[in-house]
Design a protein around this ligand. Sequence first.
Ligand code: SF4
Length: 491
Amino acid sequence: MALTRYGELRNELMRRSFPSIFAPVVLRDADSNYVPIPISERLVQCIWYDQRLNSVSLQTTDGRTVRVVFQGWWNLEAGPDFRHATLQIGDEPERTGDVEIHLRAEDWDHHGHEHDRQFNDVILHVVLWEAGSLHTPRTRAGQIIPQLAIQHQLDCPLEQLYDELDIDSYPHNVGNHHGQCAHVLQALHPQSLAALLDTAGEERFGAKVRRFLRWIHRVGPEQAFYEGWMEALGYKANKAAFRALAQRVPVSEINDHRLHLGPILFGVANLLPTGAPATRDAAAAGHVKRLWNAWWKLRPDLEDRILPSDAWRFHGVRPANHPHRRLGAAITLLKKHPRLMEKVVGAVESGGDPATFFSEIRDDYWSYHFTLGGKTQSRASELIGFGRAQEIVVNIVLPFVAAHAQNNGDAKLYEAAKAGYSRLPAAPSNSIVRLAASQLFESAPLTRRSVKTTRQQQGLMQIFHDFCVNDKSGCRHCQFPDLVRRWAAAT
Ligand code: SF4
């Protein structure tokens, strides 16, 4: 009784909240009279991922044949459902691009994809239901996207697929999606595999050091470091905006602006609300008011530096990564550590942990708010979590210090930065590491045995970017298995 009740409630809530992606239906051709199964977009994603389709006769809604060379990587971030698929449609040459999945053709428009630049590279729209599939999806530029309705092109009845596919396990816990290099890597001696990942990790580190060498050459070490960590606070969606802000309010001016850092950075960022915030939260309203009271006096001198309002992306950004909160963290960091660059260089030199400079910051307002004018949270939360601070160390601090040392001919500091990098234990996994691991390794235990340090994680990402990202053949023409064989012969 309780379970039935739960199911009914879940279905009702899901239908109400996500009518376009959750549509429980009754399959009337099932052996039993009525077998209701919840048909969700996720089920269709699993079907596409496993290619449970009649591959020899696949056709778009306008009658062109579809040949799937590679179905793409399951995308767990914002944007299309599958990235980097390789397909041949009709007589056209093979193309590599994204695939978007929906239950119905019109969901493309309902979800606003025709206005979203993230969907510019979609080369196929896959929908379950044939009804309404003559509706034509278009990209932002008005380009028509080929559409595949799979309802009658499945390799077995939908009900059977529903029972066979354990949709909760996708995409990482289904073991049939590894690449062609997996068996070669499996055969490699563990030490040899570890050394291969280490050297690929060194390569990735070297590329980051070279980037900082160029950066330092352009703007000097202080500004390069400041732009680097600001960019990292923008995470994925707002990297460019944070970097632009760091260029418009350069580090050389930070000390002069110390008393007004909040109003200046929020004002130049164009992130101050234009009207009074719609909040009853006194702390939030007071904070915004104080920023405005200072900003309107400073604004005339900084008018020409203000970022355009569309510089920022808010959609799909988690509250903890909201640009307001990230900028609040940046301001807190600048106030607490006026000589941040010197401090992190000193920490690396002495074998200390530079992550703590980023993770150990608190602020009366930002520790309790996600946005300007937002509700006060009952509990304080970290402004920069330890995982993100570690990422900043790996991607910014250590490569910067190595580049700075190289620039100054300081071999000891350079070795200290490299040693710091090799010492770091594996960081919490992210979607790219998981994706790379599922492509390259046949099993989760092999991943755990083989990827024990940050350097090895970075090595895995380097291989993924070098080979998987550039491969357009669904592994067929990839050179990495050959590289592994040569590595095995040489080690
Ligand atoms: S593309 Fe290459 S490196 Fe990537 S999974 Fe396939 S064989 Fe392996």
